[in-house]
Design a binder for this molecule. Structure first.
Ligand code: FAQ
Length: 311
């Protein structure tokens, strides 16, 4: 009987139909989804820190309002994604705990510092750009609640990407010093952005099975290539140089050739040894402790309401 269930499941997936929370699914499929979606949710929540660092120092009221709204959107994305894991039977408290003690990962990209305001623009342009490349195909992922969450998230991400690009365009039209700030930020964020897509396919243990289950719709290297192809013309228009001497158009392939990121650095960051890993996790722990009274008050209120005492 288990065989029939598994066969029917794969049939549904192969027919490009969605798997819904009450459908039978293999344990490995459920585990992989909880892993990937939780990691994605944690990335949104930790990802609030690098840009949050600049909210109090934004150069104008307009830039401050925009940045506040973007960072709030990221909190929202984290919440929808945690809700998607709950449909798989995960408990949000448990996932939060695993993030706080370093047992679950979040994206490597958020372990790099934001040194100037140009970093805010470059995060919008490159980091949100990479996020969109990776996430648009996830709107067609086989698990229904994840696919549906991705539709709204992608709409907001493309708005974020445009605000980053517009910020950079404005800075590039400014002084020499501002242009140098943008170039410096691009130099620092380019390679980490390429690493967001994960290890090369031949070093990616999860890709093959995730493709068969149609959780992932493209491999890590396919999406990285797509990102490079999309970004090079944007860099030219902006007037910045991407820091890769091997980057050039390959007419035969119809794609840009590009150099390899430093994969040792990537694994170091993933293992917790990046420039800001300790700071990011410590900050999240502090925020969690400082928010304890809010959780207690909300739980007390919910209990009171359940007993009908608020009326
Ligand atoms: N960082 O076998 P694979 C955002 C881990 S966008 C850290 O290839 P998989 C928006 C991987 O987990 C960022 N760890 O794994 C935003 C696995 O370890 P595990 C979030 C990484 O899952 C913008 C191991 O390496 N986006 O937040 C990374 O098939 C601006 C082997 O790798 C998503 O999460 C990495 N870069 O493919 C917010 C998208 N790459 O778990 C604020 C959804 C790999 O076995 C500001 N996720 N690892 O212990 C995915 O598409 C996939 O999970 C991949 C990795 C492509 C990231």
């Amino acid at each position: 009987e288990a065989d029939t269930l598994e066969r029917d499941f794969q049939h549904t997936v192969d027919a490009d139909q969605r798997i819904e929370p009450r459908d039978w699914m293999p344990d490995g499929y459920r585990r992989t989804l909880v892993r990937q979606i939780a990691q994605h949710a944690h990335s949104e929540i930790i990802g609030m820190q690098p840009e949050g660092n600049w909210i109090t120092r934004a150069p104008s009221l307009r830039r401050k309002a925009i940045l506040l709204a973007k960072v709030q959107d990221e909190a929202g994305h984290g919440l929808y994604l945690y809700a998607a894991t709950e449909t798989l039977g995960a408990a949000r408290e448990d996932l939060t705990q695993k993030l706080l003690v370093g047992k679950q990962k979040y994206s490597s990209i958020f372990n790099y510092p934001t040194l100037t305001f140009a970093d805010v623009g470059v995060i919008g342009w490159l980091v949100d750009g990479a996020a969109i490349c990776n996430q648009v195909p996830l709107c067609r992922t086989s698990y229904g609640p994840y696919a549906r969450a991705m539709i709204r998230i992608c709409k907001e991400e493309s708005f974020h990407q445009r605000q980053g690009y517009e910020l950079l365009m404005t800075m590039m039209g400014g002084t020499d010093e501002q242009r140098a700030m943008v170039q410096d930020a691009v130099n620092r964020w380019w390679w980490p952005s390429l690493m967001m897509f994960g290890p090369p396919d031949d070093a990616s243990p999860n890709t093959e099975q995730s493709m068969r289950w149609r959780i992932k719709r493209h491999t890590n290297d396919e999406l990285r290539q797509k990102f490079v192809d999309m970004t090079v013309p944007q860099a030219e228009k902006l007037g910045v140089t991407l820091p890769d001497p091997e980057l050039r158009w390959n007419a035969e392939r119809g794609h840009y050739d590009f150099g390899a990121p430093d994969w040792d650095e990537f694994w170091q960051v993933v293992k917790g040894n990046g420039p800001c890993n300790a700071q990011r996790v410590a900050h999240r722990n502090r925020a969690h402790e400082e928010g304890a009274w809010v959780r207690e008050a909300a739980a007390a209120y919910a209990e009171k309401r359940a007993r009908g005492l608020d009326r």
